[in-house]
Design a protein around this ligand. Structure first.
Ligand SMILES: [Zn+2]
Length: 119
């Protein structure tokens, strides 16, 4: 399974629109969004998922919460609310820890096909 975040985003091979950044985490607009507002938050070092021990190292955990807080505050003010999620193990499409924060209409189904909501 390829690691889109290490191999593309963090190496700069794919341009992303950054929303929030610290020394340890990066928040950016999803490159192929499933929702009208779809932000991805990743660690800058490779960590597989929330079940990895490295995910709870204190400085990283604080930076993650700062990033999640920043994006949630922005989406709540702009859209009234949002959802935060993170997949683990077989639920992951990319085995690099990432949080999704999204709100608004669904644009694509889980399999990537266009949603009925698209006009
Ligand atoms: Zn990685």
């Amino acid at each position: 399974m390829s690691d889109f975040y290490c191999n593309q985003v963090l190496k700069g091979n794919v341009a992303v629109s950054v929303v929030f950044e610290t020394d340890q985490v990066l928040a950016f607009h999803h490159t192929q969004p499933y929702f009208e507002y779809h932000i991805v938050i990743i660690p800058k070092q490779h960590i597989e998922s929330l079940s990895s021990a490295h995910a709870v190292e204190s400085t990283l955990a604080v930076d993650f919460l700062k990033a999640i807080h920043y994006v949630c505050d922005k989406l709540e003010r702009e859209n009234g609310g949002c959802r935060v999620s993170s997949n683990v193990g077989d639920y992951q499409s990319t085995r690099h820890l990432h949080f999704y924060v999204h709100s608004g209409k669904r644009l694509r189904n889980e399999d990537g096909s266009p949603s009925e909501n698209i006009g």
